[in-house]
Design a protein around this ligand. Structure first.
Ligand SMILES: *Cc1c(COP(=O)(O)O)cnc(C)c1O
Length: 373
């Protein structure tokens, strides 16, 4: 049984269903009853920031969240003129007097909104621009970026002169009901109260926090991974539609005798005469090496195990009895017939976070965008 036809002659590819992505964004925004700042950092978690942002334009997000200046410039060059917020610290001062950090210049030129946490930076950015926008980063326990919530009052002068458009914090354990989120929010509220004025846009929640609650008390929400089809927990009512598939065509099929080995280190041995299929997709494509011996794929709507270690460019599967032939498509992530492999499940098998599995798919494979919105 051939379950599907694919309109590509690539040997291996990543598919991203942008229709599902847009529906996931709509569902989250409706759940929180707030507009979203769509996190498209790290090339939209590996799926391609330009294509993702173009699709999300239909829901008119409040802004896009990026993690570097070049990521923001790429979106500008693709014609995205919506607000872009840089959610990592900016380089606004120079350790060397002869060297001028380019961040300020580029952020101004491309209208990128930085997230700032130091008085010198707020003043430098304020002086550099004409009504410069920035969001104040407040650290309530992540200890990664932002000003310590206890000393926000030290920014009073800078903030009075150059008021931030927004302020935000980030939760460290939003996926677990351990009370930490509530503690962080309380500290965030306390910090905001120490500002001369309440900034117009307060935001805190990532995907897990949005899903766990409803009706956000803040002005916007900041989802990332949920948009890309990763659930925040199977027990939760709001589940995303899957977005990502990873597929590869079978390019060779051979029979190996009982006792023979497959791949490096001869760690896999045929217990019986076995049919082995080879696909051109390896760890250099993001099919993580830890899936060898544990993971599998779908072919002709059936689950088949990976045989032996995944190599840089190729992976072998034990397709004995499946009817697999050269030209068939193996699915490593996504659906084939009634079977499917979720990002979550495969990440679990690989001993990775789903985030890490997703961003790894950016390495080499062409991306194919599907779905309507
Ligand atoms: C990545 C990130 C998010 C989104 O997190 P998800 O868990 O992917 O929803 C939100 N806010 C900040 C500051 C981030 O860095």
């Amino acid at each position: 049984m051939k379950t599907h036809t694919y309109s590509t002659d690539a040997r291996a590819w990543v598919e991203a269903d942008l229709g599902a992505l847009v529906r996931n964004a709509r569902a989250l925004s409706a759940h929180a009853r707030k507009p979203i700042i769509a996190m498209v950092k790290a090339d939209a978690y590996g799926l391609g920031a330009t294509a993702v942002a173009r699709a999300l334009e239909t829901i008119e997000p409040l802004a896009y969240g990026v993690s570097s200046v070049p990521e923001a410039i790429e979106l500008r060059q693709a014609g995205i003129d919506r607000q872009l917020i840089l959610f990592t610290p900016s380089m606004l001062e120079s350790p060397d007097p002869d060297w001028i950090p380019s961040d300020a210049l580029l952020m101004k030129r491309h209208q990128i909104t930085p997230t700032l946490a130091r008085a010198e930076h707020i003043v430098a950015w304020g002086v550099a621009g004409n009504k410069p926008r920035y969001h104040l980063a407040i650290d309530t326990g992540m200890h990664r970026a932002g000003i310590d919530h206890r000393v926000v009052a030290t920014l009073q002068e800078a903030v009075a002169e150059f008021p931030p458009e927004g302020a935000f914090t980030h939760f460290h354990t939003a996926d677990v009901d351990d009370g930490s989120l509530e503690t962080q929010e309380k500290q965030f509220r306390g910090a905001i109260a120490k500002l001369p004025r309440r900034p117009r846009l307060l935001h805190a929640e990532n995907s897990a926090a949005i899903v766990r609650r409803s009706d956000s008390e803040w002005d916007a929400v900041r989802p990332g991974v949920f948009l890309y089809g990763v659930s925040s927990g199977s027990h939760l009512a709001l589940q995303p539609e899957p977005v990502v598939s990873l597929r590869a065509r079978v390019l060779e099929v051979r029979t190996v005798a009982a006792g023979e080995s497959v791949s490096y280190g001869a760690t896999w041995r045929a217990e019986r005469e076995s049919v082995i299929a080879t696909v051109c997709c390896g760890y250099a494509d993001g099919l993580r090496r830890t899936l060898g011996q544990r993971g599998g794929g779908l072919v002709r709507g059936q689950r088949v195990p990976i045989a032996g270690l995944i190599t840089m460019d190729m992976t072998m599967l034990d397709v004995t009895g499946s009817g697999c032939r050269v030209g068939d498509v193996v699915t490593f992530l996504g659906q084939d017939g009634v079977e499917s492999l979720s990002v979550d499940a495969v990440a679990g098998q690989a001993g990775l976070s789903p985030y890490e599995l997703l961003v790894g798919l950016r390495l080499r494979l062409p991306r194919i965008y599907t779905g309507a919105w």
